[in-house]
Design a protein around this ligand. Structure first.
Ligand code: NAG
Ligand code: NAG
Length: 651
């Protein structure tokens, strides 16, 4: 740390750049992994294997089966989220998903956002603020990445209802105003987010959550920053393991960076830019290895210089808070401005496996406090970038925490500044996803030729013809319709909304098909799919391709029966397809009580009950997923692979 004189170093750095033409960046191990890739936007999923620490590599979040989903709509409906919104992708979409953002946006969550398993929220390339409303909740979730968001000004929301993974709608209780909260979640990577000014905590890892890495985030302007372990009495948290690396804490933070109960935290290469009460503390005998951090105490009157704080246990019968069980160890930390660390217990190793391990930089690699950040920043960002990326000495002075956070902030207009081979490179926004295949109009509906359907066919919104060719499609008197006659009808224009009364009639008149909305792979769902397949087998011959009524195909695509069955297992059946008229079930004549209702029951498309929300822009790749599976397995589409697997499981 011989030279901390910034104004002198800058010109030196520039000179060095001109002379050298490029030195590899000294970004931290995570950023080196993806930021150094010139074309990172074309291979976003690479990020998933850049993680280190207890989260390990996020391999489950990448691969051919992961759906690319783009958020285009900043609005939020907590109960019935629209396709295109963040909530739809993060909570509802029944697939592994990699979520990106089409443009800069500010999202005000009306209720906490419940993130489902195998979800990546990737804010790179856009300036995304989740602000002014509820925060993000990972409840019993695993394999989740949250990257590149600004989460701030979160407020507890009045109780309401909210959709949770699996599609159920639950009372939300009262939101507690955390930015990001993990409850009983594991294998979670929180990276490169900027978190500030929330009502409660910025990041809570609670109730048995473990295997979490919190890296490259900037926490500022907040009282209670990070809580690891919620309750003194919750001893399951003894197995909690969290890595807190390359983050920047401050300015204007008070306490909990982190506050830990019971578990183990590896706190490494973070920049602590002042605190009022304490930086690292806890209760219930936790273990902390503090390594290569820079603790710069703030100079404020009454602010503590002590980094650490041991709190008495408040738990009933927790035990475990005893002096001997505390391990609070500092290895290679640097202290500025009088900061000091009270060690207790032994050195505790993280015992990482090879996917989790990384080598910590020295505290000297973290930004030294000698630099006045705000005046420094007034220097042009690009000049800093050039200096950063070209002069290794300079990089070492600035170090990971600084580089990470600032580079992130440089993404103001939907761009990211990457530091690469000695030159700053302005990365455009990510390339647009391939244009969506527009699905054509829905295929014609085939219904048996009955007096009711013939009457319906005269509806002005329908264009029908009778098959086989030449038969009369007019009104038929009496019940003598030939059983092999069919009406082939097309809907003209969008369907009118289904009047409530008719909708109720349709539901009550039908068989009990409530399984349609049951949880995927629950018993009712499995039995229901069976029932549907039996229904189909009775009506179509062995090799016929049938319309697939799953939530993605929505009766628009013909598939082999096995494929259809698999789609129904994986995606569920379209949520309002209670009358299977695309598959030969009679459109219900029972509601034809009088002519006034003609309008309602004639619109076959209404009967079919395509949910308008689902109908809009189904992501194209989903159905392909299953098809790819078949190719990979060399299977034909006549048999369902899931059915085979389920059968095997029963034995
Ligand atoms: C995640 O998957 C587990 C099973 O592995 C399941 O119990 C849990 O409910 C799922 N959670 C979410 C949020 O999807
Ligand atoms: C840094 O410098 C700016 C003026 O450029 C000043 O307003 C600010 O108070 C300084 N901050 C610290 C922490 O010294």
């Amino acid at each position: 740390m011989a030279n901390r004189n910034v104004p002198m170093l800058l010109p030196l750095a520039v000179l060095f750049l001109l002379g050298s033409g490029g030195v590899a960046t000294a970004a931290n191990v995570i950023d080196r992994c993806w930021r150094g890739q010139r074309n990172w936007a074309a291979d976003r999923q690479r990020l998933a294997v850049c993680s280190v620490g207890f989260a390990g590599k996020m391999r489950q979040n990448r691969g051919a089966g992961v759906v690319a989903y783009t958020v285009t709509d900043p609005s939020d409906d907590p109960v019935r989220p629209r396709p295109g919104t963040l909530r739809y992708g993060a909570t509802v979409l029944p697939a592994k998903v990699w979520i990106t953002f089409a443009r800069d946006m500010r999202i005000r969550l009306a209720q906490p956002l419940y993130v489902k398993n195998f979800t990546t929220i990737d804010g790179r390339g856009a300036d995304v603020h989740v602000a002014g409303g509820a925060g993000i909740v990972l409840y019993h979730a695993r394999d989740v990445i949250v990257h590149g968001l600004h989460v701030h000004d979160c407020r507890a929301q009045p109780p309401g209802r909210v959709v949770v993974p699996g599609g159920a709608v639950q009372p939300s209780g009262s939101g507690d105003g955390d930015a990001i909260r993990l409850v009983a979640s594991s294998k979670v990577w929180i990276d490169h987010n900027t978190l500030s000014r929330c009502e409660d905590g910025l990041l809570d890892v609670t109730v048995g959550s473990t295997d979490v890495t919190v890296s490259n985030n900037w926490f500022h302007d907040h009282d209670k920053v990070m809580l690891l372990g919620h309750d003194d009495g919750f001893t399951t948290d003894r197995r909690m393991r969290v890595t807190v690396a390359f983050n920047r804490f401050g300015p204007n933070v008070n306490q909990r960076m982190p506050r830990i109960r019971h578990g183990y935290a590896h706190v490494v290469n973070n920049l602590y830019d002042g605190w009022r009460d304490y930086a690292i503390g806890g209760s219930m005998g936790p273990s902390v290895k503090s390594q290569g951090n820079l603790f710069a105490a703030s100079g404020g009157a009454g602010d503590n210089k002590k980094v650490t704080r041991r709190m008495p246990a408040v738990a009933r019968g927790g035990g475990g808070g005893g002096k001997d069980q505390w391990h609070l160890h500092s290895v290679g930390d640097a202290f500025e401005n009088g900061a000091f660390f009270r060690q207790v217990g032994n050195r505790v190793r993280p015992n990482y496996n090879r996917h989790q391990a990384f080598s910590a930089a020295s505290a000297g690699d973290v930004l030294p406090a000698g630099i006045n950040m705000s005046s420094f920043l007034k220097f042009s960002l690009s000049l800093i970038s050039i200096a950063l990326s070209s002069c290794s000495r300079w990089q070492q002075e600035l170090g990971p925490a600084y580089l990470s956070t600032k580079a992130l902030r440089g993404s103001g207009r939907g761009h990211i500044w990457a530091f690469y081979r000695g030159r700053q490179r302005r990365l455009g926004p990510p390339p647009p996803l391939p244009a969506r295949r527009r699905l054509g109009p829905p295929p014609p509906v085939l219904v048996p030729h009955t007096p009711a359907s013939a009457a319906a066919a005269s509806h002005p919104r329908l264009r029908c013809r009778c098959e086989p060719r030449g038969c009369s499609s007019g009104r038929i008197e009496g019940a003598g319709a030939a059983s092999d006659r069919r009406l082939r009808c097309r809907r003209l224009g969008p369907p009118p909304p289904l009047p409530l009364r008719a909708a109720r009639l349709l539901v009550t008149a039908g068989m009990d098909r409530s399984w349609i909305n049951s949880r995927l792979f629950s018993k009712p769902h499995l039995d229901g799919v069976n029932e549907f397949m039996k229904f189909v087998l009775e009506r179509f011959d062995e090799n016929a391709e049938i319309l697939c009524p799953c939530r993605w195909c929505l009766n628009r695509i013909h598939r082999q029966k096995g494929h259809v069955e698999d789609h129904l297992y994986i995606y569920g059946i379209a949520s309002t397809y209670t009358r299977w008229i695309y598959h030969g079930e009679q459109s219900d004549a029972g509601i034809n009580e009088n002519e006034d209702h003609l309008d309602e029951h004639t619109s076959f498309s209404e009967d079919v009950g395509i949910n308008e929300d689902e109908e809009e822009n189904p992501p194209d790749r989903i159905p392909d997923m299953v098809d790819e599976l078949y190719i990979a397995e060399g299977q034909d589409g006549g048999k369902s692979m899931f059915a085979a697997i389920l059968d095997e499981m029963k034995q």
